[in-house]
Design a protein around this ligand. Structure first.
Ligand code: HEM
Length: 470
């Protein structure tokens, strides 16, 4: 699950963007990079999902100026000496926030302050800084609650904090909608909890673990929690657990499968390669844990999809104490001081597409994970080394030293990562065993992404065709 902004309600326009960023840091390429690589980076045109122009269009109006003044007064002014991306709030409305964050990452570097609207944020796009926040100094940072994220996005980019005004939740339409959406979810979960409690069979964990869930009528995680916790179980606690699992397990896995199919539809050769692997390992049979181990290419497709389209693209933290963030790859060697209460956006999307840590960062190359990579002269980064996590079925943040973070890292890392990865691989194997996926129209038609759904200007974007061997 994800405590970050998910890609819901986002606009995806596959355009070529300019390489202006690379002109900003030409001297910062690692010395070990070959001249060829340096020049390929300089001339590279990213295919990130950006409507990017070289410079953000910044037409600040009176509200923006007042708002930025407020930002500085409230918190931003106290946030260290890092580069600042500032501008008009309206710049953020045209497209999803994390696309703009990518452009500013390329322009301002791995750690910068975002000063739009009434609140300032620190945006981090670097594995060394991510490792500091998520693992090395994890207990100095608090984690935002998933359910509030859309609201958080809105609140971070609105001129005044009107939601603090008494009665606003009843009067303002979007706040009313937020409350009513929450009620629908809560009512549904309360019904499930009531039912599970009425049919409770209290027992201890050991007996529960030995239970034959295949023959249980109502086998669910809720059933397990209620039976284990007994009469005193608190409804609210159960509801929170369920809400976490609901969002954690459903939206994220659906998204990675959607993106995997989207990418395969655009790369028929790679799809055929995956199908050959499935045919050789499974034939027309079902996947087992043993066969999953042999479906290497398919597993890499899943992780490469997560690299290009991490769900969530942002992790959010708030510093509980003052701290010094490392400068990261191209930042200040002395780091950046931040006060307690600073909100940090850790952009997984930027990390995963960083031209400093990945070759051809915007290309779909599942094979990339098979290649060990030295640190390339980047001080403080350990490179990509599978031997750091022996036996791992999938690449992770340890192998990549925090350059690959689809499940976060440190003590608050996703608890469902292995389950989600295996589930996604099996689902993809079952689909490709029987069907080819084909893109309808061109990728440029893809316009809007809503969670796991991809809409296009032309309607349906992808079709399934029964394979000839079926
Ligand atoms: C592809 C699927 C998934 C992705 C990409 C994903 C991603 C993430 C990420 C990035 C975090 C850390 C958020 C942060 O540090 O702020 C997280 C946390 C979490 N995930 Fe997942 N997740 C997935 C599937 C699942 C599944 C299937 C479950 C449960 C069955 C799950 C349960 C959780 C829970 C409970 C947390 C919170 C951990 C904590 O705060 O201590 N996730 N997930």
């Amino acid at each position: 699950m994800a405590t970050g902004f998910c890609s819901s309600n986002t606009c995806l326009v596959l355009n070529r963007r300019s390489d202006s960023i690379f002109r900003h840091f030409p001297s910062s390429y690692p010395t070990s990079w070959s001249t060829e690589k340096r020049s390929s980076i300089r001339t590279m045109k990213c295919r990130c999902q950006s409507t990017g122009t070289d410079e953000p269009k910044t037409k600040m109006n009176l509200f923006d100026n007042a708002s930025n003044l407020l930002t500085n007064l409230l918190s931003g002014g106290r946030i260290g000496s890092m580069p600042i991306a500032e501008g008009a709030v309206t710049d953020l409305f045209d497209r999803p926030l994390f696309f703009s964050l990518y452009d500013w990452f390329l322009k301002y570097g791995s750690v910068y302050k975002l000063a739009f609207g009434p609140k300032a944020f620190v945006v981090v796009s670097d594995p060394i800084v991510a490792r500091h926040i998520l693992r090395e100094n994890a207990f100095s940072y608090d984690k935002a609650v998933y359910g509030t994220l859309f609201e958080a996005e809105h609140r971070s980019t609105f001129y005044i904090p009107y939601w603090n005004i008494p009665l606003a939740r009843w009067i303002v339409p979007r706040q009313r909608k937020f409350q009513s959406d929450l009620k629908v979810i809560n009512d549904c979960l309360d019904g499930l909890i009531k039912n599970a409690k009425e049919t409770r069979q209290e027992t201890d964990v050991e007996k529960l673990q030995q239970r034959d869930y295949l023959n249980l009528k109502d086998a669910s995680l809720l059933r397990f929690l209620v039976d284990m916790r007994g009469v005193d179980v608190d409804d609210r606690q159960l509801r929170d657990d369920l809400m976490t699992m609901l969002i954690a397990g459903h939206e994220t896995t659906a998204a990675v499968l959607t993106w995997a199919v989207f990418l395969l539809a655009q790369h028929p050769v790679k799809m055929k390669k995956a199908q050959s692997e499935i045919d050789a390992v499974l034939g027309q049979g079902r996947t087992t844990f043993e066969s999953l181990k042999k479906l290497e290419y398919l597993r890499l497709i899943v992780v490469e999809s997560l690299r290009l389209y991490p769900q969530p693209p942002l992790l959010i933290r708030r510093s509980l104490t003052s701290d010094i963030l490392p400068g990261g790859y191209n930042g200040d060697k002395n780091g950046y001081e931040i006060p307690a209460g600073t909100d940090v956006f850790l952009s997984v999307y930027n990390l995963h597409r960083s031209p400093y840590f990945w070759d051809k960062p915007n290309e779909f190359e599942p094979e990339r994970f098979l290649v060990q990579k030295e640190s390339q002269g980047i001080e403080g980064w350990g490179g990509f080394d599978p031997s750091r996590s022996p036996g791992a079925l999938y690449p992770n943040e340890i192998i990549s030293d925090f350059a690959f973070l689809p499940f976060g890292g440190g003590p608050r890392k996703c608890v469902g990562d292995q389950f989600a990865l295996m589930e996604s691989t099996i689902a993809l194997a079952m689909l490709l065993q029987k069907f080819d996926v084909e893109l309808k129209g061109s990728p440029e038609d893809v316009e809007l992404v809503t969670g796991a759904t991809i809409h296009t200007k032309t309607g349906l974007w992808c079709k399934l065709k029964k394979r000839s061997n079926i």
